[in-house]
Design a protein around this ligand. Structure first.
Ligand code: DNO
Length: 410
């Protein structure tokens, strides 16, 4: 697999020369300064590509070319936005950047309730606590009918929490769920926005009456419209699974499990319509086994995120070590290297460690933690590639011996 790294552009404190030193080969990035929905010009793309190349690296994957909300909920501006999207894709194609990651999650991208969940060894990682999330939904957003999404036991726990939670904790919850984890990925809400909860509620309203079937149709519409450009320029689109992979806040989520993945692959049956296999997102749902999904969808996977999670009691999950948890990363590398070798892969989030905490990195995107994870994954890849080499040699020897035996017996 190609070792790639998510880099947030020239302003990223983790610089390209640093990445060269730790063995990164390809860069995963986006034109972060271009507002969502606007065309990525060929000049801006070429500029960034050349900058990356001047450090001996290549721009391997775009993450993300964001899909505007109006495309997802089929607003009046949908066709105009799709035209812009196609133009950006064509420009990327002309510049030779041909793997494009995006997501089709309404309003909210990935969700965590805690950015610094402590481990006994002094490091920390990202965490999702179902009751705190339900608290945000029921007591902060005060979403109509939210109660019907939770069990009586969960509702009671939310009421208990309400008695002890501090204002600071409530503020942190809002900041974590809809600002810190979102600002740098989807542009809906940014750091510094006044009253993010009100903005968020307005966004939720846009999806009134849109269920899973309708969202699926909107995804089919979008993919069908862009496929001709992808065919022309050889662009591989790869949708990121919903993180976590279940329904939230009354919004439809449509990339959560095997059936969902099969649906969108069949809906637009074109090799350029593919998947970002995010082991972390998929493994956060107990209904998913990453190994089965990888076996099934390896050929339509264009990009891999290697990260693991540990599902815990009550619907909580934690981002675990890359060597452990429900991600089964060693086995995934084996499956991908056998069935679709050489895919770009990036270690996804890493733990906060050794001073990462004070650097102001984007949530999840620490330096030491990700470097540590990359070293672990590098080791896993070396072992798998060795195994595969041995397998080829053994097959060759067996075949030779077999043929010689046959010849002798003739
Ligand atoms: C979170 C990321 C996601 C991902 C987008 C792709 O860390 O994995 O935000 O970049 O969903 O569009």
């Amino acid at each position: 697999m190609e070792k790639t790294w998510r880099w947030f552009g020239r302003k990223d404190k983790i610089t390209l020369p640093m990445l060269r030193q730790i063995g990164v080969e390809g860069i995963v990035t986006a034109l972060h300064d271009v507002p969502n929905g606007e065309v990525w010009t060929i000049q801006a793309i070429e500029d960034l590509k050349n900058y990356i190349q001047s450090f001996g690296l290549r721009w391997s994957v775009v993450e993300s070319l964001p899909v505007c909300e109006a495309i997802k909920y089929a607003g009046a501006e949908r066709d105009a936005l799709i035209e812009n999207y196609k133009e950006s894709l064509a420009n990327l194609g002309k510049a030779g950047v041909r793997t494009v990651c995006y997501n089709f999650m309404p309003v909210i991208d990935w969700i965590r309730t805690d950015l610094y969940y402590p481990w006994a060894d002094g490091t920390s990682s990202l965490y999702f606590d179902k009751i705190r999330f339900a608290y945000f939904d029921m007591k902060i957003l005060c979403r109509e009918d939210s109660q019907s999404d939770y069990t009586q036991e969960e509702i009671d726990l939310v009421d208990e929490l309400d008695k002890v939670i501090t204002d600071k904790e409530k503020e942190n919850l809002v900041d974590t769920i809809i600002v810190k984890t979102q600002g740098f990925v989807n542009g809906n809400i940014k750091e510094g926005d006044i009253n993010p909860v009100a903005i968020f509620k307005r966004l939720l309203k846009l999806y009134d009456g849109i269920d899973r079937d309708q969202l699926r149709e909107n995804m089919r519409y979008f993919l069908s419209a862009i496929m001709p450009v992808c065919d022309e320029y050889g662009i591989n689109m790869c949708v990121h699974p919903d993180d976590p992979p279940f329904q939230v806040l009354g919004l439809p989520r449509i990339v959560t499990n095997e059936e969902d993945i099969q649906w969108f692959l069949d809906a637009v049956d074109n090799i350029h319509n593919g998947l970002t296999f995010c082991a972390g997102s998929l493994s956060a749902g107990e209904h998913n086994d990453t190994r089965t999904l990888a076996e099934k969808f390896a050929k339509r996977t264009h990009f891999v995120h290697l990260r693991s999670t540990e599902a815990m009691a009550g619907g909580n999950f934690i981002e675990s070590s890359h060597l452990e948890g429900r991600g089964h990363l060693i086995e995934l590398i084996r499956i991908f290297e056998k069935n679709n070798p050489g895919l770009p892969m990036r270690v996804d989030h890493g733990r906060m460690m050794l001073g990462d905490e004070d650097k102001g990195y984007n949530a999840g995107y620490s330096f030491h933690g990700r470097m540590f994870a990359l070293a672990q994954v590098d080791g896993m890849m070396a072992v798998v590639n060795d195994e595969l080499k041995m397998e080829t040699i053994t097959n060759f020897i067996t075949k030779e011996t077999y043929e010689r035996t046959i010849q002798h017996s003739r």
